[in-house]
Design a protein around this ligand. Structure first.
Ligand code: SAM
Ligand code: SF4
Ligand code: F3S
Length: 456
């Protein structure tokens, strides 16, 4: 379909995107949004007011599938859209995994597009509007074009910057490599140019994205060049650099050096451990032992004292025993995580772990999960206590949902910080700016205090 024809069909249509899953999907949604904007569409505040509803889906755990089916069928009871015809599009990882199969599971879906075909979404939607047809496009082997698409960023001061797509690790429980393909790195120049442009546009913080950023460049240059990337991104003048995710097996000493030496790299690291038991780690195909992980943590802390460490942990991997689980508990305690995303293992069809039978009752796994959450709450609380009495630069993101005068932002260590908006200040004075906050209260999941000094 000619671009002009697509524009004729889409101009003035309203759209709403609902995103599930990880930051990769969040970023992909920003590209879909940018593309629809470029054809004259307008963002709507809710599905009710939208002619186009897009679901960006995730299949990393089972609950997500059920949620998508529910969300799609709830669209049937909406009042008619402004143009009188609503097109429902499903993208992201479930779309990539199921392709055409989704049409039978969800009878009111009009468009299905995969993780490698974002650039086609406007055309697919336009075709569906034109003749009411159902459009499916989920190829596996295409050049990723997402980073060349127009970009509609959700906020002005922060940007998600993908540095690579895909994953080569095939952890035995994980579906991601099957729905996102193999690792494909951008060039250093492309990423650095992009961040330079963002700095000129007023962006203060970037988060570099990849399933395993430590292996950035391996596919393109023959060896990882993440440390070099960090240094060059640091030279762009961006004030805050974060990145996610890091696989422990690929975190090189030169990367720890770059993290320690580049001032804009924030003192925070997300390093997924998944389990504290070497036996389970082997079953998970993680390719490090408990001891190697703990040794890595020591080396990071030596070089970057006070760094905030966060992680992902799976409870109830098939065959996990109480002894294995106790090793996870003790590892979490030893590391003293500032934050952890904890998950109950979810069987994913097509992954090697899905073939392992496990008779462990659900209640036992739930009980382990609850005990782990308690330990993490303790370590997070202890970590936050260290901020008491300190003055911390906070990048303000907005206001607390409970109190519209309570500004909310992030510390360099990625802690949520609250402080009352000073008398006479407006939200525009602070959102997207950095303010110093004197911390006088430290809870498990946030710090609070008072603003000291002017926003900058
Ligand atoms: N690539 C990232 C890494 O390895 O750190 C993780 C990406 S994955 C989207 C996020 C987290 O989901 C994983 O770290 C893991 O803890 C969790 N996860 C993945 N597959 C899972 C499964 N089958 N059941 C439960 N949790 C799972
Ligand atoms: Fe999944 Fe492992 Fe790849 Fe992370 S590194 S996306 S957990 S396969
Ligand atoms: Fe989910 Fe796909 Fe991300 S499966 S976690 S949205 S890569």
């Amino acid at each position: 379909m000619e671009p002009n024809r697509i524009r004729d069909v889409l101009v003035g249509k309203t759209y709403y995107i609902r995103t599930f899953g990880c930051q990769m999907n969040l970023h992909d949604s920003e590209r879909v949004s940018g593309l629809l904007d470029s054809f004259g569409c307008l963002e709507a505040a809710s599905p009710e007011g939208a002619d186009i509803v897009v679901f960006m889906t995730c299949c990393v755990r089972e609950a997500a599938d059920q949620r998508l089916y529910g969300q799609c069928s709830s669209m049937k009871s909406l009042p008619p859209s402004p143009s009188g015809h609503r097109v429902i599009a499903v993208g992201g990882c479930i779309a990539q995994r199921d392709g055409e199969g989704l049409l039978t599971n969800v009878d009111n879906v009009d468009v299905i597009f995969g993780t490698h075909s974002l650039g086609h979404v406007a055309e697919l939607i336009a075709r569906s509007f034109e003749d009411g047809s159902r459009q499916v496009f989920t190829p596996e082997d295409v050049q990723d074009e997402a980073t060349s698409l127009p970009w509609h960023r959700a906020v002005s001061y922060h940007a998600w910057v993908p540095i690579m797509t895909g994953c080569n690790n095939f952890c035995s429980y994980c579906i991601v490599p099957y729905v996102r393909g193999r690792e494909k790195s951008r060039t250093i120049e492309e990423v650095v140019d992009e961040v330079g442009g963002l700095v000129r546009a007023g962006v203060r913080e970037v988060t570099l994205l990849g399933q395993n950023v430590n292996s950035f460049g391996r596919d393109r240059y023959g060896h990882p060049r993440f440390a070099e990337l960090l240094r060059q991104v640091g030279d762009t003048g961006i004030e805050r650099i974060r990145f996610t995710s890091s696989h422990p097996k690929d975190l090189l000493p030169e990367t720890i050096d770059a993290m320690a030496e580049v001032p804009s790299v924030m003192p925070q690291l997300h390093l997924a451990v998944q389990s504290g038991s070497t036996r389970i780690l082997k079953e998970m195909n993680r390719r490090y032992t408990r001891e190697q992980y703990l040794d890595l943590i020591d080396r990071i802390r030596d070089r970057i004292p006070g760094i905030a460490l966060s992680t992902d942990i799976i409870v109830g991997f098939p065959g996990e025993t109480e002894e294995d689980f106790l090793e996870t508990l003790s590892l979490a305690q030893t590391v003293g995580y500032a934050q952890a995303f904890t998950f109950i293992y979810s069987r994913r069809e097509g992954t090697p772990a899905a073939r392992i039978e496990d008779p462990t009752p659900r209640e036992v796994i739930q009980n382990r999960f609850d005990r782990l959450v308690k330990v993490i709450e303790g370590t997070a609380y202890d970590f936050n206590q260290q901020a008491l009495g300190r003055t911390i630069p906070v990048l303000v993101e907005g206001f607390s949902k409970k109190d519209s005068h309570m500004l909310q932002g992030k510390s360099p260590k990625n802690q949520t910080v609250h402080a009352p908006l000073p008398e006479g200040w407006t939200p525009e004075d602070v959102v997207g700016h950095i303010v110093d906050v004197e911390v006088d209260r430290a809870r498990t999941w946030y710090l609070s205090g008072t603003v000291a000094g002017e926003p900058r």
